[in-house]
Unconditional design. Structure first.
Length: 286
């Protein structure tokens, strides 16, 4: 199922809350907005729960959705995607009672020779994307753009295109600047494909995790995967190598199915994550 903009293209250059407007949702106890992101080159959904409105600093959760898969009601664009039954991300953010702002770009995954490349895999572009969201919150209830306290990067399935690229760029100066300097958590939800190049992908994440293993700038890596599947080889290698290196910031565990994994596991990840202003970099476990 493709995700595509629901607003006319003429409306997509006016900033956060202008593409589709900001709509208050009594059921979700928050508001959903959409804007045309220059950095991701797509319409992005932003959900602001009541718990997050006007908080400063803020925590932004960037969710990278997967490829076209038969997962049921995925939604017809980024805004409906976050409110779908299969991926009820907005409801999960509300239920967590955490003051987290959710940002979900419509990925428009490329095909052909460029299918393993996406703009947001560049640390510079990711920093610019988060800045677009942060500065645009003035259109969602803030009198001025709030400071960024924490950044969480999470993704499902084909999100590996973005997340693996960011991990590989660990030595890029942009990886420790801007929004990425505020990164505290990375959640890989069944993204660890590539068993033919198992050691290559595994080592990429071990190098990244090693670079971020020490307090006070520890970044937690959470890897969830399906056992005996296309994502198990790399995930289990990460688990083994992290244990050998005694990395305190890596947790790997299995989950039941591909499509239901975000719906079933995201609540626990959100519950264990602390809001801006509270240290979570040096803690262990989910």
């Amino acid at each position: 199922m493709y995700l595509y903009p629901s607003a006319p293209s003429s409306m997509l250059d006016r900033g956060l809350g202008k593409a589709g407007g900001c709509t208050q949702d009594a059921t979700l106890k928050g508001q959903t907005c959409s804007f045309d992101s220059t950095s991701s080159k797509s319409v992005t959904a932003v959900f602001v729960p009541a718990a997050a409105l006007k908080t400063d600093p803020i925590t932004i959760v960037v969710w990278i959705h997967g490829d076209i898969i038969p997962c049921g009601d995925e939604g017809r664009d980024a805004v409906s995607y976050v409110k779908s039954k299969e991926f009820p991300l907005a409801q999960q953010i509300t239920d967590s009672k955490k003051p987290f702002v959710l940002a979900v770009p419509t990925m428009k995954w490329p095909s052909g020779n460029n299918k393993s490349v996406h703009a947001l895999g560049s640390p510079k572009k990711m920093n610019a994307f988060v800045e677009e969201v942060r500065s645009g919150l003035t259109n969602a209830g803030w009198s001025k753009a709030p400071a960024l306290g924490r950044l969480i990067l999470a993704g499902h399935s084909r999100a590996y295109v973005v997340l693996n690229a960011l991990a590989a760029a660990v030595k890029d100066p942009e990886s420790s600047a801007g929004a990425l300097a505020k990164l505290t958590d990375v959640w890989l939800l069944d993204t660890t494909y590539g068993k033919r190049n198992r050691k290559f992908h595994c080592n990429k994440w071990i190098v990244w995790a090693t670079a971020h293993a020490k307090a006070p700038t520890m970044i937690k890596l959470r890897v969830l995967y399906r056992k005996a599947s296309g994502t198990s080889d790399v995930a289990e290698c990460i688990s083994d190598e992290a244990a050998k290196a005694a990395l305190p910031n890596v947790v790997v565990h299995g989950a039941p199915s591909h499509c239901s994994l975000p719906r079933e596991e995201l609540p626990a990840l959100l519950a264990a994550s602390l809001p801006s202003g509270q240290s979570s970099r040096a803690t262990r476990g989910l």
